[in-house]
Design a binder for this molecule. Sequence first.
Ligand code: NAD
Length: 347
Amino acid sequence: MYQHFPDFDDHVLVTHRQDTPSGLNAFIAVHNENRGPAMGGCRILKYGSTDLAIKDVLRLSRGMTYKNAIANIPYGGGKAVIIADPRVEKTTRLLHAMGDFVQSLHGRYITSFDSGTTLDDVNTIGVRTEFAAGTLAEAGNASGSTASGVYYCMRAAAERVHGTSDLGGLTVAIQGVGNVGRRLAEKLAADGAKLIVADIETQNARAVAQATGATVVGVDEILLADADILSPCALGGVLSPQSIPDLKVKIVVGGANNQLVSADDDERLQHAGILYCPDYLANAGGIIDLYYQRSTWTSEAVDKHVRQLADTFHEVVERSRATRLGTAKVTDAIAQERFSFGGRETA
Ligand code: NAD
């Protein structure tokens, strides 16, 4: 019944649960499990229609297959969506019912947080299922590992463009200094990079400026900043036919998801002479952290694995230069090789 959705891509499982007493109305999709059980967050959103929720769960679960493969963790791709307003309908009862739904799949899908859900919510879901990840106390917030992955990929990009991975003296413009952007700014400042930051919540930008010496600019100015590197760490859709011609940077590496408005923007960046690290490669540090939280988490093991994202990015750049394909297309091809049968690798 899901085959007619354009985002359906031979998903191995799409399942729905409606539970009137708790108000749960949720979908779980498992796109691919060649590498292992499907892992991906649980989104809570007041979707305008059931079809929009299905479209989202199909699209997001497919994205997790690619991300988990590029992260080189033994997980397939899955995602859950709950149709509800997270501000008023996210009750303990609803989250427990979601835990029961996840548990009913016996580990084929492992859930975590996403937009509309917090670490506390994952803990609440985890009261009813053993298949909830990301709340290991000693691990702290996985956003730190996401920021590390962005940082290592940024160093790799600098090496390609400037001949050295040293970011000291380079200027980095960061759009959005929340969980990821703020931690990234701290790392970059420690390396002696010059920072330009913007955040729609001006107090976030000011706090980072105070801690790192960054220059604060308006949210309309950050994409135009006179910098070496742009790091989108706020929202998707920032790289478009409109924005790309105005960019002054030679490198884009950031934590935000879905940075390209369309697949053509991959070549548009390439033709503009801008080296782009595909978003789901740059921001895969967080999912690597979650994998270790479900096996044997140590900060050293996570960091060692997260650093390998930079090796993958070097491979992407090599192949991009050899094939003249954009880096996003090359990254997709490498991910496909890793999740296709025969391409299985584990950490
Ligand atoms: P966050 O909400 O903590 O931070 C985002 C920041 O961007 C906030 O401070 C917000 O005020 C700001 N912002 C929003 N719109 C803006 C705009 N138009 N211009 C400038 N600033 C704006 O989120 P986060 O956890 O840091 O995640 C950032 C991005 O990275 C998101 O796209 C998220 O999906 C993605 N991501 C995060 C993680 C993670 O581990 N946190 C992992 C993978 C991907």
